[in-house]
Design a protein around this ligand. Structure first.
Ligand SMILES: [Zn+2]
Length: 462
């Protein structure tokens, strides 16, 4: 047995802040004790003047996702390593069903990509691209295997798109099986008309990506998704919510007592259409869907995080290199692969939100660790520091400053959305199931340490 003691830090969880030492035996937390008891351990980690926080849980990543004729540039190996560097110790990635294929075939393919390659623990949601009798039937078996959430798209006609009938049927099966339906809520049919019209007018620059994906088309789809979920008696989880108008729909549903949940992402809290409008095709670096919004949406999203109308901050990490991938859309914004890098910078950016006074320290841990773990059936194994929890622990220096840059990040992508931005706070030491994987600027983890996590169903519905 190996004993590790993390001493002298302020333990911050979603529930409380305590000056305590954390005792770890092998892969588990066994005790939080009063500081300075003089307990013996094989390794003592000094956390004086630091926070001791649960490892981050990023419930929305797309390693190696095939999209727009290319693949997201982080593999499970590089992407989970970058996550560890940034203090995230669990990801929930999306396995993809191909048109005409079963959920099983998609899931098997994603297991093969991830197995033996991950630096941290991982789980899967399942993207349902082809909703039919067969795939609806398969949902129950997948829930039993720990794949307890299913993502549908009201966007991307001809690729991932499901019409309202398919969406309704998926919600009905979700209600029957306990599977949580996650929704990409944008009216893709209307957006495609606006794309065609914009291109015909010669509006080909990246900024038009934001204009055609109108905030009202996010709000309309969010409203429709909530209504269809209600009709089916199912909960739902809206992914990457970015617009004030969409947040209003979620807020109204929650006020009416429905199980409507939503996440936002750091890019919507820190970036805006000003970035998308950068000249010389630079705006392509900021093309993602839902799109970045005008800067005034940011304050509303922070407010939603404070009021719990937004429950989770995930990254939607889906990186494409500026050279060789984003440039597929030179002269036609609709061909720019959709997605941004972010798995490494989420914990730091949200800590900056604490520094800036947008959220409290405990709320930081709640939206980045505890709630995503509960939402997707991983709590209290993940998302907190308590006896019996996995020893996924981060020693975080709240006073350190760092400059975010592609020249120092570990994601396999040639740019940073936050190039040159100074943030306060930095990860010092990261443990994944009791093993130190990052310490003092050195990576000590290994591909294959990370294990597949079989998830329980959503823990907010019981
Ligand atoms: Zn996504």
């Amino acid at each position: 047995m190996t004993r590790t003691l993390i001493s002298g830090g302020l333990v911050v969880t979603a529930a409380e802040e305590t000056q305590a030492d954390v005792l770890i035996e092998d892969e588990k937390v066994v005790a939080l004790t009063a500081p300075g008891l003089g307990l013996t351990a094989d390794t003592v980690i000094d956390a004086t003047a630091c926070y001791v926080i649960p490892g981050g849980v990023d419930a929305h990543t797309h390693m190696e996702l095939p999209f727009g004729g290319t693949f997201a540039s982080d593999t499970f190996e590089t992407g989970t390593r970058a996550a560890a560097w940034g203090g995230t110790t669990t990801i929930v990635d999306f396995a993809v069903q191909s048109m005409g294929a079963s959920l099983r075939e998609g899931l098997d393919a994603w297991h093969a990509k991830a197995e033996g390659n991950c630096a941290i623990d991982y789980a899967f949601h399942m993207i349902m691209a082809d909703v039919n009798e067969g795939s609806l039937k398969e949902m129950e078996g997948l829930v039993g295997e720990g794949i307890t959430s299913f993502k549908l798209f009201m966007a991307y006609p001809g690729v991932f798109y499901s019409d309202d009938g398919k969406v309704l049927r998926a919600f009905q099966r979700g209600a029957e099986t306990g599977g949580l339906i996650m929704m990409h809520a944008e009216n893709g049919i209307a957006i495609d008309v606006l794309v065609e019209q914009a291109l015909a007018r010669g509006h080909t620059d990246p900024r038009y990506h934001g204009e055609v994906r109108h905030a009202l088309l996010e709000a309309e789809a969010t409203h429709r998704a909530i209504a269809l979920a209600q009709v089916a008696g199912a909960p739902l989880y809206i992914v990457h919510l970015s617009a004030i108008e969409a947040l209003a729909e979620v807020t109204a549903a929650r006020d009416a007592g429905y199980n409507a949940f939503a996440e936002t992402c750091p890019q919507y809290l820190f970036l805006s259409t000003d970035d998308l409008a950068k000249p010389d095709f630079e705006g392509a670096k900021y093309v993602c869907s839902t799109p970045l919004r005008p800067v005034e949406h940011q304050a509303a999203l922070w407010r939603g995080l404070r009021t719990d109308d937004l429950s989770v901050v995930s990254t939607d990490h889906c990186p494409f290199c500026f050279k060789g991938q984003k440039d597929l859309g030179l002269g036609d914004f609709s061909k720019i692969p959709n997605g941004l890098p972010g798995v490494e910078t989420r914990m730091d950016l949200l800590h900056q939100g604490v520094v800036d006074g947008h959220v409290s320290r405990r709320r930081w841990i709640e939206i980045a660790c505890a709630t995503p773990a509960r939402m997707f059936g991983l709590y209290p194994r993940k998302g907190t520091i308590a006896p019996g929890s996995d020893a996924d622990v981060v020693v975080y220096d709240p006073a350190a400053t760092q400059v975010l840059s592609a020249s120092t990040h570990h994601m396999n992508v040639d740019y940073s959305c936050y190039e040159g931005r100074t943030v306060t706070g930095a990860v010092r030491t990261v443990l994944s199931r009791g093993r130190v994987v990052v310490d003092a600027g050195e990576y000590r983890g290994s591909a294959g340490h990370g294990r597949f996590l079989k998830r329980d169903t959503c823990q907010y519905l019981r």
